[in-house]
Design a binder for this molecule. Structure first.
Ligand SMILES: [Zn+2]
Length: 76
């Protein structure tokens, strides 16, 4: 089902906000604009302006947005 897994770690004391991606809830490491997260195809609450992402989702976002950029630049 969810292949993002738990490879990276286990922290004893998760602090701060959880990942905002629907169904995730891991500790967030970064936040990005909702616009960017939406472009990366992540699911989150529409009312958010900034989306907190765990490491896995941030990686995915970077990957997705890189692909989007490549697609866009190829399309010129
Ligand atoms: Zn997440």
């Amino acid at each position: 089902m969810n292949m993002t897994g738990n490879m990276e770690g286990r922290r004893d004391a998760p602090k701060g906000k959880a990942c905002d991606v629907a169904g995730c809830g891991k500790e967030s490491e970064r936040s990005v604009s909702a616009k960017l997260a939406a472009r990366a195809g992540l699911e989150f609450d529409d009312s958010l302006r900034r989306v907190h992402l765990c490491r896995d989702h941030y990686k995915r976002l970077k990957k997705e947005t890189r692909e989007l950029r490549e697609i866009e630049s190829l399309g010129r």
